[in-house]
Design a protein around this ligand. Structure first.
Ligand SMILES: *[C@@H]1O[C@H](CO)[C@@H](O)[C@H](O)[C@H]1NC(C)=O
Ligand SMILES: *[C@@H]1O[C@H](CO)[C@@H](O)[C@H](O)[C@H]1NC(C)=O
Ligand SMILES: *[C@@H]1O[C@H](CO)[C@@H](O)[C@H](O)[C@H]1NC(C)=O
Ligand SMILES: *[C@@H]1O[C@H](CO)[C@@H](O)[C@H](O)[C@H]1NC(C)=O
Ligand SMILES: *[C@@H]1O[C@H](CO)[C@@H](O)[C@H](O)[C@H]1NC(C)=O
Ligand SMILES: *[C@@H]1O[C@H](CO)[C@@H](O)[C@H](O)[C@H]1NC(C)=O
Ligand SMILES: *[C@@H]1O[C@H](CO)[C@@H](O)[C@H](O)[C@H]1NC(C)=O
Ligand SMILES: *[C@@H]1O[C@H](CO)[C@@H](O)[C@H](O)[C@H]1NC(C)=O
Ligand SMILES: *[C@@H]1O[C@H](CO)[C@@H](O)[C@H](O)[C@H]1NC(C)=O
Ligand SMILES: *[C@@H]1O[C@H](CO)[C@@H](O)[C@H](O)[C@H]1NC(C)=O
Ligand SMILES: *[C@@H]1O[C@H](CO)[C@@H](O)[C@H](O)[C@H]1NC(C)=O
Ligand SMILES: *[C@@H]1O[C@H](CO)[C@@H](O)[C@H](O)[C@H]1NC(C)=O
Length: 723
């Protein structure tokens, strides 16, 4: 207790006496720091890694390990600790060595200077402005205009087109040397702007362009703790992100080896976590497959495939899996027959390099297609913004480079091919594309023929039966083209009408998240109602957790990942999807596992008419143990010592919080995600209420907030949490 008092007390002392400004003629010596008003960030002198040289830098206070996010004199170190930072009458920050010579200075802006003052803001921006003016107008210089290797919240990454100022990131040379290293991340203004990572003059990878939601060249999930934007107008082109919750910090570092690292921590637990961004796979290497060729990531052995209508430029090399020469058109188009050309749609694509592209933000996809058909150099088109069903037009006017086919995420890309290449593929193209465009575009949903499904499942034979869910049996199917499916044949007693079913189908199809099983289509014939999902090779979670040998495959890390992923999926269903869906039947058999054992929720969004009875969870077992502080005993004995107790306890505690008797004591899904990730301190659970049917029925008339709350119940009744 005394210790805590002391901590609070010393904290007060620091905030009350710390200084965040340097006034005119004032100086900052080595050993002293300026600390931002909120105590979050500091500027001062430091030595990186094992180096003894001194640099002026900015770092977050009390975060371990010590991490510097900006360096002033990165290319000109001080040899001793006699350096001084000074703000002169002209509003210039000067870093002086012990011989009083300037080794670094902030640049002059050309503005009139009056009583300049330098202030370190909580954002980490070190700003020199005229003393009287507080608005942006008065800014003479700011460190955010000269980023180092770290992108921070609120920092603009890109261009001020009026002044020509380019803000880009450049790596350190090594952990000991902040001098400009080999790697740089820049916003490329050619064509539709995109974010590119360079190694020297060479492009190493593309983070890609903005599609309204994320960077299209790099469609990995973004952490839910940040919000992003990409601004393109006549004055500015830049990428920027901000924190969603001000106490959950997240910065992006370009490391000396050229990888991106996401560093994140919370103001309560100031230990840095590091997440690498996963772009380092082969397919992520710029133009790994050469031109006009698509990369398919397949573990360590990616493959490249020419676009339809293209052939390998160097077949011998290609056969040896040396892909870099790429592909060339099979037949030279003379462009006179352009009206007979058509388009092939490629789905889930990392869109090609946009450096030789053209764009229009107001055209729709139809106009986009027409524009592309008219222009002999147009090779492909796509939507610019995928929100609200897609808008804007992006055209490529040259070879298509650096494409990847993902199994999820990604965007639709329409590639122009001569009519002779269109063939009979089931994809959409040319004029036929136009007629069915509306339906496809709206939901990207396919209507299957009953006969096709019957054949694919060998007449729904029992040997293809994957399981019997609450809404009917599920069969494995295989189409003639080899695509595998999971076919859910809904029980006939549902008595749902045709229109009702179709509406529901298009509703479910709109729900797309990496932790939800993807709906591919439906089938409505006679009184048959079927839902067709992507096939998940590793079946459902219950196959693992209830099987003595299989459960060995799920170590604690895998299980914790599964718990967090399911929570993310549920958060999406509850809040992020436009529809706010409540999963009322979450259980281990409804959680399917992909080849990496990453979980996907199935059976979401189905109508109430399909509901089966809920199973009451054995929460009273869990509660007794909690009381006895033996929560860890809940763990499957197979986990033995292989787990992190704090994570396990966090999980169980969140589980218990979710079944609190009073809804207002239960966290909503976004809090659950934060808690599971350790971003939020957990309140102590009270005696839990049981999951009862009453919750479901009373929910019908209550507010959406209550919907969220009672549905969270279901997370906690999975075996996963209570085992
Ligand atoms: C700052 O220093 C300059 C030059 O040394 C001097 O002319 C000026 O009066 C000083 N201003 C203040 C406010 O100390
Ligand atoms: C500092 O030196 C030690 C011992 O030589 C080495 O293990 C460590 O990696 C170095 N750290 C940095 C940041 O270079
Ligand atoms: C540096 O400047 C200070 C203050 O103007 C002065 O006292 C000191 O002698 C100077 N040092 C050298 C090495 O010129
Ligand atoms: C100052 O401006 C020059 C030229 O515009 C630039 O090369 C230099 O990097 C800038 N220095 C700082 C510290 O901003
Ligand atoms: C394209 O090439 C194929 C075979 O290489 C040929 O059969 C076909 O006639 C060609 N089409 C055109 C339009 O030249
Ligand atoms: C973009 O497309 C719209 C609609 O076709 C058109 O009115 C507008 O002029 C185009 N803008 C540019 C810059 O081409
Ligand atoms: C194709 O479109 C581009 C971009 O608008 C334009 O520069 C080029 O001249 C067009 N080519 C033809 C043949 O129309
Ligand atoms: C789908 O079914 C209809 C009628 O049942 C049939 O006419 C059509 O040929 C079928 N299509 C396919 C692709 O099997
Ligand atoms: C039925 O499936 C078999 C392979 O299982 C395939 O050879 C056949 O063409 C399919 N028939 C129809 C009508 O889809
Ligand atoms: C499915 O059943 C139909 C009629 O009952 C039969 O003609 C067909 O051969 C069966 N197909 C398979 C793949 O078993
Ligand atoms: C299922 O998971 C196991 C264990 O990770 C893996 O070895 C296997 O390849 C997966 N099965 C399939 C069909 O992907
Ligand atoms: C719940 O757990 C308790 C304690 O382990 C046990 O006695 C009881 O039978 C369980 N109830 C159900 C329904 O499994």
């Amino acid at each position: 207790m005394l210790f805590i008092c002391f901590l609070l007390f010393s904290n007060m002392i620091t905030t009350s006496t710390s200084v965040d400004t340097l006034a005119m003629n004032q100086s900052l010596q080595d050993g002293k720091t300026l600390v931002s008003a909120g105590g979050i960030i500091a500027v001062g002198f430091f030595s990186p890694g094992n180096s003894t040289r001194r640099y002026l830098g900015i770092w977050y206070t009390n975060v371990s390990p010590f991490t510097v996010v900006w360096v002033a004199n990165r290319n000109k170190p001080l040899d001793n600790n006699k350096g001084v930072l000074k703000l002169n009458v002209k509003g210039t920050l000067e870093l002086l060595n012990d011989g009083n010579s300037t080794i670094w200075s902030s640049n002059k802006s050309g503005k009139a200077v009056k009583n300049p003052i330098a202030r370190l803001l909580d954002s980490g921006n070190f700003v020199v402005r005229n003393g009287q003016e507080t608005k942006d107008r008065g800014i003479l210089w700011q460190s955010f205009d000269y980023p180092g290797d770290t992108l921070m919240p609120g920092m603009k990454h890109g261009w001020n087109l009026e002044t020509g100022l380019e803000r880009y990131l450049s790596s350190w040379r090594s952990d000991d040397d902040p001098a400009e290293g080999e790697y740089a991340a820049k916003v490329d203004l050619r064509g539709y702007p995109q974010l590119i990572k360079f190694k020297g003059p060479y492009i190493k990878s593309r983070s890609g362009s903005w599609n309204g939601l994320f960077l299209i060249g790099y469609p990995a999930p973004t952490p839910q703790t940040i919000s992003q934007k990409f601004v393109i107008n006549e004055k500015e082109v830049y990428y920027e992100y901000d924190l969603v919750v001000s106490t959950m910090f997240s910065v992006y570092k370009l490391t000396p080896s050229g990888t991106w690292q996401n560093l994140y921590w919370t103001s309560q637990v100031r230990t840095l976590h590091v997440a690498s961004t996963g772009e380092e796979e082969q397919c992520g290497k710029y133009a790994f497959c050469g031109a006009n060729s698509v990369c398919s990531p397949d573990g360590n052995r990616p493959t490249c495939e020419c676009l339809r209508g293209y052939v390998p430029k160097s077949p011998n090399q290609w056969n040896k899996e040396v892909w870099s020469d790429g592909c060339v058109p099979r037949n030279k188009s003379n462009c006179k027959n352009s009206h007979t050309d058509g388009f092939l749609m490629y789905t889930h694509m990392k869109l090609p390099d946009t450096s030789s592209s053209w764009f229009n933000t107001t055209m729709n996809l139809d106009e986009c297609q027409k524009t592309c058909l008219k222009n002999c150099s147009c090779t492909a088109y796509a939507n610019l913004d995928v929100r609200t069903g897609g808008s804007g037009c992006l055209l490529w006017l040259n070879a298509l480079t650096d494409m990847t086919k993902f199994s999820q995420w990604g965007q639709d890309l329409y590639i122009q091919v001569p009519a002779s290449e269109l063939g009979t593929a089931g994809k959409l193209y040319g004029k036929r594309y136009k007629t069915s465009q509306r339906k496809e575009e709206a939901t990207d949903l396919r209507i299957f023929n009953l006969s096709v499904l019957a054949n694919a499942t060998e007449n729904f034979s029992t040997k293809n039966k994957l399981g019997e869910g609450g809404f009917g049996p599920v069969y494995k199917g295989k189409l003639i083209d080899g695509q595998e499916l999971a076919v859910k044949r809904l029980s006939k007693k549902s008595g749902q009408g045709l229109e009702e079913f179709k509406n529901e189908l298009s509703l479910i199809a709109k729900l797309q998240h990496r932790n939800l099983v993807k709906l591919l289509g439906g089938c409505v014939e006679g009184d048959e109602r079927m839902l067709i999902y992507e096939y998940m090779p590793n079946q459902s979670l219950d196959y693992f957790v209830f099987d003595e040998t299989k459960k060995m495959l799920l170590d604690w890390w895998k299980r914790f990942n599964i718990i967090k992923s399911i929570a993310r999926g549920l958060l999406y269903l509850h809040q992020d999807s436009r529809l706010t869906i409540i999963h009322r039947d979450l259980k281990t058999s409804n959680i399917l596992l992909d080849a990496n054992l990453d979980p996907k929720i199935s059976d979401f969004g189905l109508a109430r008419s399909f509901m089966e009875d809920q199973v009451e969870a054995n929460t009273s077992r869990a509660w007794t143990l909690w009381i006895e502080k033996r929560a860890l005993e809940l763990l499957d004995e197979v986990l033995e010592e292989q787990f992190i107790p704090s994570e396990v306890i966090r999980c169980i505690q969140v589980g218990l919080l979710c079944v609190q008797r009073r809804p207002e004591d239960r966290p909503d899904m976004s809090l659950v995600v934060l808690m599971l990730n350790g971003y939020k301190l957990l309140p102590k659970p009270k005696v839990p209420g049981f999951y009862t049917k009453i919750d479901v029925t009373s929910e019908e008339n209550s507010s959406s907030a209550n919907h969220k709350l009672s549905s969270v119940n279901e997370l906690s009744i999975t075996e996963l949490d209570s085992r």
